[in-house]
Each structure stands twice: as C-alpha cells, then as structure tokens.
Ligand binder design. Sequence first.
Ligand code: ATP
Length: 384
Amino acid sequence: MTGISLNAVSKRFGATDVVRDVSLDVAGGEFVSLLGPSGCGKTTLLRMIAGLETVTAGEICMGGETIQHLSPSARNIAMVFQSYALYPHKTVFENVAFPLLMQQSMVLRLPWLRHLVPNRHRVDAEIAARVDPVCHLLGIDHLTARKPAQLSGGQRQRVALARAMVREPKLFLMDEPLSNLDAKLRAATRAEIIDLHRRLGVTFLYVTHDQGEAMTMSSRIVLLNEGRIQQVGTPLDLYNDPANLFVAEFIGLPKINVLDLHADGKEGRIDGIVLREMPSEIDGVPTPRGAQLHVGLRPEALQLCSEDHPHAMSGPVHIIEHLGNEAILRVSKDAKDICIRVQPEQAIGLSPGRTVSFRPAWERALLFDANGSRLRATRLRAAA
Ligand code: ATP
C-alpha cells in the first residue's frame, strides 16, 4: 500500500497564495478527508497531487519517491471529479475501458484503423477482463451498453468510480464526488465508498466542504482554512479537542456555542451575565483572571438548571427540535441563538417563548484566547 507525503507544499496563482506551507503524511491504505470552506484550496491541493497543477514550492512524495516531475498518467493516481467528466457519446463500457485503451498504440485506438492490428481481439479480451469485474463490483454490469445520458446521477457517479478503479491506482483522489446527488442517494453512495475503500485497501484522499461527510467517512481529517492546515486528526480529535476556534466552529452540528468570558476575582461574566462563582479551572487551565476569553460549549455541554444556580444563564426558548432520541432547544440570548441538547423528556411541556435557565458543564467547556487559539494546560506550561 502506497502512502503520500506533502512537505511544505505551496501554490500561488499570480499574487495570490492559495495553498500555504502544507505538510502532511498519509499512510498507505488511509482514508483522509481534506475539509474546509469554499475557496480554502482543497481542490488545488488535490490537483497538485494528481499532477494537473504545478507546485510553487515544496515537495510531494509517493511511496518515498518525489513525483512532482512525473506526468499525471505516470503517477498511477486516479481522480474522480464532482462533474463525473464522462464522455457522452461513449457507452458505459467504453467510458470505463477508456484509460486502458489509452495505454494501447495509436492504431488500436482509432476505430477506422484498428482492423489492421492482428492482435486486436486479444487486447479487447484483456480490456474486457479488467472492465467486467469492476463494473460487477460497482453494480453497473447491466448498464454497460447505455450512454451516460441514459443513467441516473448515482449510476453516473459509479461509472466515474469504475473508470478510476480500472487502472488499479495506488491512490484515489476524490473531489466532492457526491455533491450532485440528492440526500438519500448521497447517504447510500457514501456508504458504498466507505465499503469500496475497505475492500480495495488503497489510500483515499477525499475533498469535501461537508463536515458531516468528513466525520462519517474518514480515518483522519485535514481541516484547511485560507490555504493553511488548521488541524489534522481523527474526527473525534477535531470534535473534542479542537486546536482553535475555527476548528471548533467548523466541526459539529448544531454548531458549538461561543460565549465571551471574563473572570474577575471570584466572579465572572459570560456574555455580560454575572456568574456568582467561577470554577477554579476550565478546560484543564486554572481560570485566567482579568482576561477577555471565549468559552466554547457544545450543545451537550450546556445543561438545564434552576434559576438560582450560581452559574445560571437564562433566555426564552425560540425553537424546539424534537429529534426522537434527543431534542435541541434554541434559546435566544441577546442577538444569539444558544443551542442546548437535552433528553427528549426534558423538552416535553416546553413551548416556544418559555424562559429556561441553563448552565455550562464546565468539565466539557473549551477555552480560547481573544485570537481564537485554544488555551490548553500544556500550552500554558510551555509558555511559562
Ligand atoms: P470549493 O470548495 O469552492 O471547490 P476549494 O477549497 O476547492 O473550493 P480551490 O478550488 O482550490 O478551493 O481554490 C482556491 C482559491 O484559488 C480560490 O480563491 C480560487 O478562486 C483560486 N483559484 C483556483 N484556481 C485558480 C486559477 N487557475 N487561477 C487563479 N486562481 C485560482
């Protein structure tokens, strides 16, 4: 199994830095998602790996060898695009067989000349012997005579996957391959890709801007913003232990609640509300006094409580989402919506407009400085 390493890779278009100093090691057989908002450089990074874009600075290695000087076809990397990029005038079989045909001589590739090649039937049989099992694996073997226009979006997507697989690549690059599918098909195809990865055991790099997709599919996520890596880790690492406020806000649905925190002496204020007793420690850090901070509280890190609790905040319930196994309360506070995840029975009898009191579960709170960097005990110790 072949892994891939990026060493301080950067890309500049004119005066614009699009990918900045990205270093990353992906082990052979891993499923890694490149996640981030639109325009953060995900596709550009993937295209540099595929050889479709030059590298401004840095090095890309596969299996320990530098691959930057290699042409895209020499890299043995398959890329599946959001648009599928199928040839509309070719059948499914011809689309899937296309990369194998391209490896043959020019004479064999030209329909009006190929009858001159004596071994054409043997070559055709060899190509069919590689195309047929891949089509079978992806469940499109009954569609091989159709043209792309006669297929559904999900079927086209599988043809694009089959065309990528037939070359037996060492690395799969996928650029938002599910974004043209409706929600139901998206979920089903997502499961198929996870299964495919398990069966092939090949390295997958998967671009998405959908954090839910990255969380459910990947062994690790690389979260990018403005061309820079913000954090690399397992989905749970990013959810439970975000490196900064950007990561904390990008990962998780409903979004994390971010409140302003100011602790003075024993008292503290959260978004201007006085808390009568501050905990001595937040997020493993002795509660800093006098500093303006942000506290991140995921919806499950807030709990309903009585209004006389020393840490109680309150506000009117704006929306109640009954989800069966849980309920989400959206509580209005100033201009914000605070999200609280509660047991379904806690939401029974609540109605919009009713004021509720809630408090932080401090043991689950995350602390950030005014610049959005996470305040961790280790960082404080290192700075000391
Ligand atoms: P999306 O999720 O919207 O596809 P992305 O994270 O994949 O976004 P890229 O497509 O890599 O982002 O683009 C990153 C930035 O580089 C964008 O601001 C884009 O406008 C710019 N860009 C991409 N290709 C070129 C190009 N050939 N010339 C100039 N700028 C480019």
